[in-house]
Design a protein around this ligand. Structure first.
Ligand SMILES: NC(=O)c1ccc[n+]([C@@H]2O[C@H](COP(=O)([O-])OP(=O)(O)OC[C@H]3O[C@@H](n4cnc5c(N)ncnc54)[C@H](OP(=O)(O)O)[C@@H]3O)[C@@H](O)[C@H]2O)c1
Length: 201
């Protein structure tokens, strides 16, 4: 599968590395493609280019950029018609987590990019765990939310490919509590060394 990772920071680096290791064709999208070329080599990606060039021809696009720039960035990505767009964001602005009354990042992104197939995932996963999501046979869980069951199943497959345990938590509306999940995990004393694992019976 061709995966475009938009943004080459902590989350973009980890997910690009993980998807490339799993055998996917990964291309990095960066504001500074020349500077990101070395990262692409290190992560096992096929290359680094501009955001819209990375999106062109991608089956799946990972939005690994700060929430505060998402709305202005989406129109610069080009044609997202039918493209699966993974929303990993937490809505931080000026270092503070925003409350989004009666909506979520996922629902807003879906409204800003209506032709895309938006799936929430990995917003509660620590960047350093992206390439090491399990311990023995116990995989770290990743909660997925989307109004598009087919897109969610594709992303669940990608999650399994990189060693995560996907958990379908429902439609896009289920992305609302996923932002608060970070506080819940902290309250439970979970962290990078003690990640979330959901038991399913
Ligand atoms: N860090 C975590 O553990 C974690 C966990 C879960 C979710 N998240 C979410 O994942 C997303 C990415 O987080 P991150 O930790 O990877 O952030 P980061 O390390 O700061 O990287 C963000 C990347 O976004 C791109 N970008 C585009 N416009 C930007 C701007 N105006 N200012 C800064 N960067 C800009 C940059 O890549 P280019 O310069 O290559 O374009 C940058 O490297 C965020 O929405 C965050 O809430 C983070």
């Amino acid at each position: 599968m061709r995966v475009a990772v938009i943004g080459t920071g902590k989350m973009g680096s980890g997910l690009a590395t993980a998807f490339a290791r799993a055998g996917h064709d990964v291309v990095l999208g960066s504001r500074n493609p020349e500077g990101a070329a070395e990262k692409a080599r290190a992560f096992g990606a096929s290359g680094a280019t501009t955001y819209p060039e990375a999106v062109r021809g991608a089956d799946v696009v990972v939005l690994a950029i700060p929430w505060r720039v998402v709305q202005e960035t989406l129109p610069t990505l080009g044609d997202l018609d039918g493209t699966i767009l993974i929303d990993i964001t937490n809505p931080y602005v000026d270092g503070k987590l925003q409350r989004l009354p009666d909506t979520s990042t996922t629902e807003l992104i879906q409204s800003w990019a209506p032709a895309a197939r938006v799936v929430k995932g990995w917003n509660h996963v620590w960047a350093q765990n992206l390439t090491a999501p399990g311990e023995g046979d116990r995989a770290e869980s990743v909660m997925l939310a989307s109004d598009d069951p087919g897109a969610k199943e594709v992303v669940a497959g990608l999650a399994r490919d990189i060693g995560f345990h996907p958990v379908d938590v429902g439609g896009a509306i289920a992305a609302r509590p996923l932002t608060d999940l970070n506080d819940v995990l902290a309250g439970l004393g979970l962290g990078p060394d003690r990640p979330l694992r959901v038991l399913e019976r």
